[in-house]
Design a protein around this ligand. Sequence first.
Ligand code: ZN
Length: 436
Amino acid sequence: MIGLGTLDAWVGRTIGVGGLPTREELDAYQLRCLNETLAKARAESPFYRSLSGWPEPGQIADLRDLARFPQTSGSDLSRGEPSLIALPLRDAVRLVTIPTTGTSGAQKRLFFTEADIEATVAYFEHGMATIVRPGSCVAVAFPAERPDSVGDLLMRGLARLGAFPVALPVDGPLEALVGALRELQPAAIAGMPVTLGAAARCMAADGGQPLRIETALVSADSVSPSFRAALAVIWGAEVFEHWGMTETGYGGALACEAHDGLHVRETDLYVEIVDADTGRALPLGQTGEVVITTLRRRGLPLIRYRTGDSGSLAEGPCRCGSILRRLRLDGRIGEPILRGEGRSLHPRIVDDAIFAVDGVIDFVVKLTSGGRPRLTVEIVTFGSRTADEVRAVLLAHPEIGPILRSGDVDIAVEKTSGPSPPLCRKRRVLEDGGGG
Ligand SMILES: [Zn+2]
């Protein structure tokens, strides 16, 4: 356990209170920012001006009153007209397009200003300072060549805190990445679970020199217990999760040494949890869809934006001493569920079971639900692990096994050979064997 402190002192400075902020001071700051965001968005963004159901007066006296305002979603970002942008286009310095899920081919468009980007770099600097010591080498396994990409902003934040970030080669073969890691001997590494899991498993199996890495920051995908255990065994690494997406300005929430939820970036984000079906705001502790409102975003403010992620906000203070709210994430809304034998299973159970098999570095799970349900697992392995062995592990699993053995669901495990998969992408669980 590394224990470099909390983000609270930086939050205090950022919101303009002396010393560590109290929850009441942070709530007051968020209320002020929300009212500024609501007023500016309604006055300057053609999209928010056009929204019906905007309450009058357009200000709130309590944070919970935000629930009276209309919600937004990814389709508002991909439609483009009327524009969400709340400033002259010449002031937007960075346009980011991200593909939406599904088959429409529409792209979500986001704009950031210099101040928006600076806020993210500052968050990365002070967030990483809670898990990385100044002077240590940090391997960054995100693509970082493009200016203002997530990898680039993370490198800039790390450099500011006095660490030595080095970008790893993530678009070549796995062996190149592993070779670079052995040469660097970093104290910490940051990347997506697929990338870090593949690198660690490759190192464990290739007979080369073992490596100790103190800290692993993982982001952009869910983290299973077996992944956490593999990195602890192979590298001796403590895994810290980060949650973020382009819409949150990349940074969103970060685990602490207590590993009991991720502390929200409350200087820049107000998080609500809503019922995914009705949109109704839910109290602390209940699970639903994660909804964000940006607090200081100049270019393109997001108000009550539905992220598609599932989670809850934890009640009570964290053991680490931080007052920042904690987000407990629980996959994506509407993920395909494996059903049979009167049970239903979340894909993360399948994810955890497959990654627990030594030698598996990546996989795609397809659930075909038309007619007789069929679970197809395509695995990429390092070494001699066979598809039959993975199949046997799934059949023997205490939760998955009964469903598969019941005959309600067919199972096929295939080993994918050929070139290494792309190293930076999310692990995939697909329904009906396609799309997504
Ligand atoms: Zn904590």
